[in-house]
Design a protein around this ligand. Structure first.
Ligand code: COA
Length: 332
């Protein structure tokens, strides 16, 4: 195990938030050429939550963050660092983490955003874990928050059905080595940066140019089939790497909590890892693919189910645009 005598980081509280508006497969039948049956068979998804038209990610990020602090029994002033993972920030400048600092009340925290797409939550976990290991901070918060509906292309039936909005946050605190986050494995391969992307909306094709909108550049684009094949292999390898680094086997894992991108991907990975379905947590039928919010939203449900005890081992894994992929073994 990766135990070098340095402090480890333990998740001491988790909170989630879903916007109220619901988008069902039946709703999609009204706007694109699709069926509930196709979407369920090919993805497993049934319902997603969408933010209001005048809402970004700040409101849900704050709600999740406040719940996480309450669950942890931590005062806002105790938080020294907030790392927020998102692909859909509230606005380009400043960082969403800074925008929400006053509402969270984390006045002593340094606040910044990272972009790791669907792997963002585990990237944030790994970043914060390093600051805790060096003793730079003792108590920190990570947030994954997305409003993917704002960038879904409702003229592209192969992508718009996949994405939902939501937020999840976790408070981490320094703990004894060998407790808390036992391992993190993380990777990037920019050679595939164009297979999941939003080409417009950044500095190359800014969103305020009419031609960019007409060319539908500020919308999510994905080559689903290629992503699918890469995802299964990358998930598998990164899970094995995280398990190896933690020195544990799949038999010891109480819950496998994967990024909720597609039920067929999750089943294929679960099968190959030899983790039975009753130990794999799936909630994509209720929330869709919420990118960096996906893992904390699923973790929130695991906690609410009451089926997670102190000391249980959880394997989290994600895969997304970048390409990025990451996994972590956590002792609860
Ligand atoms: N409803 C009905 N038909 C649809 C459809 C929809 N919403 N979307 C696509 N189709 C059609 C396609 O047009 C295609 O028709 P054709 O054969 O006549 O050309 C057919 O279904 C098969 O399309 P294909 O893209 O091969 O489907 P698929 O089985 O690969 O499923 C995804 C598509 C997007 C669900 C799947 O590829 C996927 O989930 N990929 C991975 C996504 C992922 O993991 N993302 C994670 C990173 S965020």
């Amino acid at each position: 195990m990766h135990s070098n005598g340095l402090p480890s980081a333990r998740i001491i509280g988790l909170g989630t938030a879903l916007p109220a508006r619901i988008m069902t497969n039946k709703d999609f039948e009204q706007i694109i050429d699709t069926t509930d049956e196709w979407i369920v068979q090919r993805t497993g998804m049934k319902v997603r939550h969408y933010v209001r038209s005048d809402e970004g990610i700040a409101e849900i990020a704050v709600e999740a963050g406040k719940k996480a602090m309450a669950a942890a029994g931590v005062e806002p002033e105790e938080i020294e660092l907030v790392v927020l993972a998102t692909a859909t920030p509230e606005q380009p400048i400043p960082a969403t983490a800074a925008i929400i600092q006053p509402a969270l009340g984390v006045s002593n925290a340094v606040c910044f955003d990272i972009a790791g797409a669907c792997s963002g939550f585990i990237y944030a976990l790994q970043v914060v874990r390093q600051f805790i290991a060096t003793g730079e901070v003792k108590t920190a918060m990570i947030i994954g928050a997305e409003a993917l509906s704002k960038y879904s292309d409702f003229t592209d039936r192969s992508t718009c059905i996949l994405f939902g909005d939501g937020a999840g946050a976790a408070v981490l605190r320094a703990c004894e080595p060998g407790d808390g986050v036992l391992s993190c494995a993380w990777h990037t391969d920019g050679h595939y940066s164009d297979i999941i992307q939003m080409p417009g909306g950044g500095s190359k094709y800014p969103p305020h140019v009419k031609e960019h909108i007409e060319a539908r550049l500020p919308f999510i684009k994905m080559r689903g089939n290629e992503v699918f094949k890469l995802a299964v292999r990358a998930f598998l390898e990164v899970c094995q790497e995280a398990l190896g680094k933690a020195g544990v086997t799949t038999d010891e894992i109480r819950w496998f909590v994967p990024h909720q991108a597609n039920l067929r991907i999750i089943s294929a990975v679960g099968d190959r890892l030899g983790i039975p379905v009753e130990r794999i947590y799936v909630n994509l039928e209720k929330v869709g693919n919420t990118s960096s919010a996906s893992i904390p939203l699923a973790m929130g449900e695991v906690i609410d189910s009451g089926d997670l005890k102190r000391g249980d081992l959880v394997l989290m894994a994600a895969f997304g645009g970048g390409l990025t992929w990451a996994a972590s073994v956590v002792r609860w």
